[in-house]
Design a protein around this ligand. Structure first.
Ligand code: MRU
Length: 355
């Protein structure tokens, strides 16, 4: 399944042939082991998101849609009232797995809408329609990613140095957002020099971005998060491309912890910084970054993980936010499937939904 030769893509989320299970590659075990998980139980689906076996805002949304499809097939013999009660409990439980990426509630709400709009139909028919909606969310994401890749590529020149953080490739989205244009550019003969922040503490940059870019034949250099300033100062970075987990109406956006550091550095060195993501990541109900809930994760991810022995004293206090918010004033633009959005973001993001 994982085949990233230039010109090829792989599926990060798939339905089994009988559509009763979701198949994902366990991203926690990459790059060392390619292990596929077949999931259809609520707790396993919840844990897959929580533990980051599936991760990246758009991929979480796609996975959530399919989760409701495989789950509801297991109780499609219930009368509607009972069916909807169970559906709502499952949906709310999945929605509580991670708070920051808006794509999770966005996808679940789309599925909920399908159920309510068809509540007079037979429950088996409702479940079939849930399946169609989940597939549509997936199809749309592929289409949106490909457009984002095209728009993103217009911002790049052959030979550019690009700094990125976390993982925004085909593992995290259907076809890639922030690193999608780099893979597309390679297919078209461009040579970029990409610097990937390792992305402490879960190392999505070191483990996943370097893997995807290596497989796609893109020149990639791994750096520690604390090295971003020196590579910018050295003149090696022409542009920063980062993802997004929730974009507020004023243009503040949450993305992997460390993104705001890159934006502050980029401003200091006069380097443009773009956030690339589908419009499903824009939350017009969220006025600004202060209203974005930041996920706090287990301290052991900082103090123990990746080390043969814990590398910090037992019970040391840790602060482990998974995301941070970048203020809109630091960003050059958002690259969406509908085009590139420049400031003033409060005006121009709104326009995306008026067309
Ligand atoms: O904690 P993660 O790995 O899910 O965080 C992912 C990111 O921050 C990505 O940049 C974001 O979800 C966009 S994915 C295209």
């Amino acid at each position: 399944m994982i085949d990233l030769k230039p010109g090829s893509f792989f599926e990060n989320v798939e339905l089994s042939e009988d559509e009763k299970e979701i198949i994902i590659i366990d991203q926690v075990q990459l790059p060392n082991d390619e292990v596929y998980l077949h999931l259809n139980q609520l707790e396993d689906l919840y844990q897959a998101i929580k533990k980051l076996q599936i991760r990246g805002a758009p991929a979480i949304g796609i996975f959530a849609g399919y989760s409701m499809y495989v789950l509801t097939q297991q109780y499609d013999n219930l009368p509607f009232e009972q069916f909807y009660q169970k559906f709502t409990e499952d949906k709310e439980y999945l929605n509580s797995s991670r708070p920051t990426a808006v794509n999770l509630p966005w996808a679940l709400n789309r599925i909920d809408k399908v159920v309510l709009e068809n509540k007079d139909k037979d429950v088996k028919e409702i479940v079939r329609l849930i399946g169609l909606e989940a597939k549509e969310i997936h199809r749309e994401d592929k289409e949106m990613c490909l457009k984002i890749c095209e728009y993103g590529l217009t911002l790049l020149e052959d030979g550019d140095g690009v700094l990125t953080i976390c993982n925004t490739g085909p593992l995290a989205t259907s076809r890639g957002t922030a690193i999608g244009p780099l893979i597309l550019g390679k297919q078209r003969g461009y040579d970029f020099k990409v610097f990937a922040n390792e992305t402490r503490p879960l190392l999505q940059g070191a483990r996943l971005t370097t893997l995807e870019l290596q497989k796609a034949g893109v020149d990639v250099t791994l750096i520690c998060d604390s090295m971003a300033s020196i590579v910018m100062k050295n003149g090696w970075i022409n542009v920063c491309f980062v993802g997004c987990d929730r974009i507020a109406a004023n243009g503040d956006f949450a993305n992997k912890i460390g993104t705001s550091t890159l934006a502050i550095l980029a401003k200091h060195y006069g380097i443009p910084i773009y956030s690339l993501g589908p419009t499903s990541t824009i939350d017009m109900n969220c006025p600004d970054g202060n209203h974005i809930e930041i996920e706090l994760r287990d301290p052991s991810e900082i103090a123990e993980k990746w080390y043969q022995q814990p590398m910090a004293p037992k019970k040391v206090k840790c602060y482990n936010p998974a995301f941070d918010v970048t203020e809109h004033s630091l960003l050059t633009g958002f690259v969406t499937e509908k085009g590139i959005v420049y400031p003033p973001f409060d005006v121009n993001l709104k326009k995306l939904f008026e067309e």
